[in-house]
Design a protein around this ligand. Structure first.
Ligand code: NVA
Length: 308
């Protein structure tokens, strides 16, 4: 059966642990795994802006012995010039894996239904699961484990990153706290699903309005832009609403003294995160950005292998 990675809970806790273990191994020996030897092609489709995702997938696919086929979503016109289903059937005949960054999750589901090859979510409005694999790899490197670790996410609780933290963090057995202003709470269905997963793994999922309470005693602090791609028209209003959630030095000081700080980037210093925090000693954002490559190589290798 062809497996896909469309949202974080597409991997069971055991499968997520397997992918993360492979990611750690590939970080030590980047050229030892040739799961795309041929070279097999991987389509990388971008309907939104990208830097880390294009760079880390392209480099990683090359390291696996494959060919990264970058597709400009605006040229392809997926869903306008031709249907998602037709694009899926065409690309599925040319490539071994399809990686897509787009807007609605439903379009990704349609791609997966027709492609015949594994489809990977490289960010939608709802989820950013590849980022979470890299984030979990980074937390495991710095904390030594994931189960039982407390993570606090500050910012837009209804964003792709908050939703992915809820699902992926609880899958790893973590205690996930999301802190966001009223009106920007996480989707209740995703909180419910995260709570269900946490019941199996020993983790937990909570939404807290108060950022100080959310950060208190945390092991890991996470934030993200207040204005996700597609929300640019709301930038001014969001900047005012989210101001109390800015990850400043005094707020970060409420966490454990050895807490680490993550940010998926791009970062806006002085807005969601202070320069002293992202450029300070607790920040692990460059490890996090590097780990995109290792985690995605592990994911691709695992997905290609699962279809054999
Ligand atoms: N939440 C952000 C993540 C960027 C990598 C966005 O969707 O723009």
């Amino acid at each position: 059966m062809t497996r896909h990675f469309l949202r974080d809970d597409d991997l069971t806790p055991a499968e997520q642990a397997e992918v993360l273990a492979l990611a750690a191994k590939l970080k030590q020996a980047p050229y030892d795994e040739k799961s795309l030897a041929g070279p097999k092609s991987v389509a990388l489709i971008f309907d939104k802006q990208t830097l880390r995702t294009q760079a880390s997938f392209s480099a990683g696919i090359a390291e696996l012995g494959g060919f990264p086929m970058v597709v400009d979503g605006r040229l392809a016109g997926i869903g306008s010039r031709e249907s998602v289903a037709d694009v899926a059937r065409v690309l599925g005949r040319q490539t071994s894996v399809i990686v897509w960054r787009t807007y609605e999750q439903a379009k990704l589901d349609e791609m997966a239904a027709y492609a015949g090859v594994p489809v990977i979510n490289a960010l939608t409005d709802e989820f950013h699961p590849c980022q979470l694999l890299a984030d979990l790899q980074t937390v495991a490197e710095h904390r030594g484990e994931l189960a039982g670790v407390t993570v606090s996410f500050l910012g837009d609780g209804a964003s792709n990153m908050a939703h992915s933290w809820l699902l992926a963090g609880t899958t790893a057995g973590m205690h996930v706290r999301i802190s966001a202003p009223a009106g920007f709470e996480p989707d209740p269905a995703i909180v419910a699903r995260a709570t269900e997963i946490a019941g199996e793994t020993g983790g937990s999922a909570r939404y807290l309005v108060d950022p100080a309470a959310a950060v208190a005693g945390a092991d890991v602090l996470v934030t993200d832009t207040w204005v996700s791609m597609g929300k640019e028209g709301e930038a001014e209003q969001r900047t005012a609403t989210f101001a109390p959630y800015s990850l400043t030095v005094p707020l970060a000081a409420l966490a454990r003294p050895d807490a680490i700080v993550l940010h998926c980037l791009p970062a806006y210093r002085g807005k969601e995160i202070a320069a002293d925090v992202i450029d300070g000693p607790q920040s692990v954002v460059w490890d996090e950005a590097e780990n995109r490559r290792h985690a995605q190589k592990a994911l691709i290798t695992w997905l290609v292998g699962s279809g054999r």
